[in-house]
Design a protein around this ligand. Sequence first.
Ligand SMILES: Nc1nc2c(ncn2[C@@H]2O[C@H](COP(=O)(O)OP(=O)(O)OP(=O)(O)O)[C@@H](O)[C@H]2O)c(=O)[nH]1
Ligand SMILES: [Mg+2]
Length: 359
Amino acid sequence: MRLGIIGLPNSGKTTIFNALTHQNLATGAATSGQFEVHTAVVNVPDPRVEKLIAMYKPKKTGYATVTYADIGGLDKGISEGGLKGQFRNELSQVDGFLHVVRAFKDDTVPHPYETVDPQRDLEILDSEFLLSDLVIVETRLEKLQNEIRIKGKNVDKFVPVELELMQGFKAHLEAERPLLELEITPEEAKAIRGYGFMTLKPVLVVANLGDEAVDVNSILKYNRAGSKLVALQGKIEAELSQLEPADAEMFMEEYGITELSAAKVIRLSYELLAIQSFFTVGEDEVRAWSVAVGATAPEAAGAIHSDLQKGFIRAEVMAYEDLITGGSEAALKASGKFRLEGKEYIVNDGDIVHIRHSS
Ligand SMILES: Nc1nc2c(ncn2[C@@H]2O[C@H](COP(=O)(O)OP(=O)(O)OP(=O)(O)O)[C@@H](O)[C@H]2O)c(=O)[nH]1
Ligand SMILES: [Mg+2]
């Protein structure tokens, strides 16, 4: 799962990328306004995995992961005539966005629009994405209408269907609402997958705060389906991410910071993508895996290995909470909470799964 970190120049994208991924990329004037992409994979913190590790003492461990791509160079006007080239490529590859908006005041850091106004900045890039999608829809509509005109009654039966869909998209985008809010059937989703619509992707808005921690709702409003809002003190957390944990703790005490937001932002990134974790456990390995919400047991098996999906027979399932309450696998078996599930089973977040399969 890949999240694109976007935002206006100098909003603190790379600073926040560093805070989330413990990297130390150059920030500031040297990079401003340039198209540049940096990626890093991070573990999604999960106290359940830690508890399972303590319980099974495995040789190997693995967390669920999120990949962040810091995408530099976006600004007002980028979608004029449609998103192009490298931006289009890069942005269409991500599953969602982490949209950084500047909320810190610092006279030594120039703002491309002079004043610090997080709401305005958020709407600037948002409008660009709405516009980019509108350009795609209009191009498509023109093509479909041409086809109807040329072929008349012999036109493919999907053409009028898509025409209606695109007209609905157009009206919605013109009302400045993201496509993510529309109900789209799986067939429609498949048909439009290649078009590269930006507003179909969920957005986690991150307000980059300065030295003062404030409630994000007091500076930003963003009422959109599939989006979330959070605040982070970018510069401080980027600096803390470079320290040894013990030193970081001392530093935090000094600054009166009780909890880092980076872990929370990673957790929210994961939730944003409508994925969930299930676990495999044993003396060999304790590991978290990611599947879409609503995935079946064979699909979960496929997340581990395609052979397990092909040869799927049954899944042995325990709920994480039951295991913790019961204390051991043996206790769950005795109380009937250790289940055997078939192909139709819908996996829950926190399921501990063992796949029985034919090889
Ligand atoms: N005071 C203060 N400065 C910050 C904060 N976050 C970032 N900065 C500074 O703002 C400048 C820009 O930060 P970057 O992280 O490079 O911003 P960016 O969005 O990646 O910028 P471009 O990639 O050039 O578009 C740097 O000088 C940072 O040190 C913050 O929370 N407080
Ligand atoms: Mg940058």
